[in-house]
Design a protein around this ligand. Structure first.
Ligand code: HEC
Length: 399
């Protein structure tokens, strides 16, 4: 019953997280695009930086951005913050339900580092806080006044985080950890810098003073940072479906490449919104994707060469290493149903899922999760040899 309720918590949180994320990213992309597409007002207007005319949903819109602020506060001012806060609240709760409560399979991988699940959770929490403190400190330091250098240092730090998490956690957990660290920075930018700055500006105006433009500058800088990491963070949130990425021996480097590719794609769109089409940017991003895909082609393990294996051999391995979860009634604590709806309890079903079994166990090595049931390289080689020689459907989508 408890596992069933947790499944519902997971479903509802995931649903909410995706919805809040769409609303937040949508608004945030819209405002960055609006900013980039501003034209000087015609005729020129005092205090107005730029304007934008648009048509959407059958209506004409006219937006203008002020150099700092209008002369007086409007009666109704729309704020954008709860979409960001709810994205984090739902996302972090989902991280707890899906990863912290199953830390022994979702975070810990004993082949990477043999730590207790509680240690893994503490390390994860500590890293999330540390990520924000380091990033925020850098933005406030003298480096924060040089956007290009700050971007470079930020990129190196992301690479360091990806590498470091890969030394602590299993592949999938390491990816999510990096995603939660960067996602938390994004929301903290809203909660700790952008919104407080806007509140100070509004308070100054209410007091009849001219607001300090530095708050606008600071907020804009953080908002642009958020814009550039959005695509890689969304990639991470979807990466659980693709073990070829997080399951690769150099998964952290794959993630660094994804940050680069996502940043390049974002830059292309940002420049395009400003009326400048840099055609080589998407071409470079596409080329990087092709090179990445070619570099991470999974390879069959050496031990399978020259060996033969029958379905009976495979059945033995699966009974030992997989069936505690992948059975009609799993015996693994925390599982009430076969995960992914996949039962591996008869030769027919094993044959039916041959390609997936091979992909998950031999190529990406992500099953059993965190190698909880202690499968050996030799047993993986048995599955590899069987798949190569005898499994139905071999060669379709495998290696
Ligand atoms: C501790 C429990 C556990 C064990 C043991 C385990 N699995 Fe899984 N398996 C899971 C979970 C959880 C998922 C669902 C993952 C997800 O949500 O993406 C899964 C998913 C799968 C999938 C589906 C992946 C997809 O693309 O949909 C396959 C195939 C699979 N496991 C095969 C195996 C094989 C083969 C073994 C033994 C070598 C094994 N599993 C051992 C928990 C387990």
């Amino acid at each position: 019953m408890e596992a069933y309720l947790l499944d519902w918590a997971s479903l509802l949180l995931r649903w909410l997280h995706v919805i809040a994320g769409i609303v937040w990213i949508g608004a945030s992309f819209y405002f960055v695009a609006l900013d980039n597409s501003l034209d000087p007002p015609n005729p020129p207007k005092k205090g107005v930086l730029g304007e934008n005319w648009s048509i959407h949903g059958g209506g004409f819109y006219h937006k203008q951005k002020y150099v700092v602020a209008p002369d007086r506060l409007p009666e109704r001012l729309h704020w954008f913050k709860w979409e960001a806060y709810w994205t984090w609240i739902s996302g972090f709760a989902l991280f707890v339900v899906a990863y912290y409560l199953h830390a022994e399979t979702m975070l810990v991988d004993r082949a990477v580092l043999d730590i207790a699940p509680s240690t893994a959770v503490l390390a994860s929490l500590g890293l999330i806080v540390a990520a924000w403190l380091v990033y925020d400190g850098l933005c406030r330091s003298p480096l924060g006044r040089h956007d290009g250098w700050l971007a470079l240092v930020g990129f190196v730090l992301i690479a360091l985080a990806a590498w470091g998490c890969a030394q602590l956690f299993g592949g999938r957990g390491a990816y999510l950890q990096v995603g939660v660290m960067v996602g938390t920075i994004m929301v903290a930018n809203v909660a700790m810098v952008i919104i407080p700055g806007q509140k100070k500006m509004v308070a100054a105006m209410s007091a009849g003073e001219v607001p300090d433009p530095k708050y606008g500058r600071w907020g804009k800088q953080r908002s642009v940072h958020n814009n550039y990491v959005t695509l890689p963070v969304v990639f991470i949130m979807l990466s659980g479906h693709y073990p070829m990425t997080y399951g690769h021996p150099q998964a952290w480097a794959v993630l660094v490449a994804v940050f680069l590719i996502g940043g390049v794609v974002r830059h292309y769109f940002n420049r395009r919104n400003a009326g400048q089409t840099i055609a080589w940017l998407p071409a470079a991003a596409a080329a990087m994707v092709v090179v990445l895909a070619a570099l991470i082609v999974p390879r069959a393990p050496e031990g399978s060469a020259g060996r033969t294996a029958t379905i009976a051999d495979v059945q033995q391995v699966i009974a030992l290493r997989c069936q505690s979860c992948h059975a009609a009634a799993p015996t693994q604590p925390g599982f009430v149903q076969p995960p992914g709806g996949i039962m591996l309890d008869t030769p027919e079903r094993i044959a039916q899922f041959a390609q997936k079994i091979h992909q998950q166990t031999v190529l990406a090595k992500v099953m059993p999760p965190g190698n909880l049931t202690g499968i050996t390289d030799d047993e993986r080689a048995i599955i590899a040899a069987w798949y190569r020689d005898a499994a139905p459907g071999r060669g379709r989508g495998g290696s």
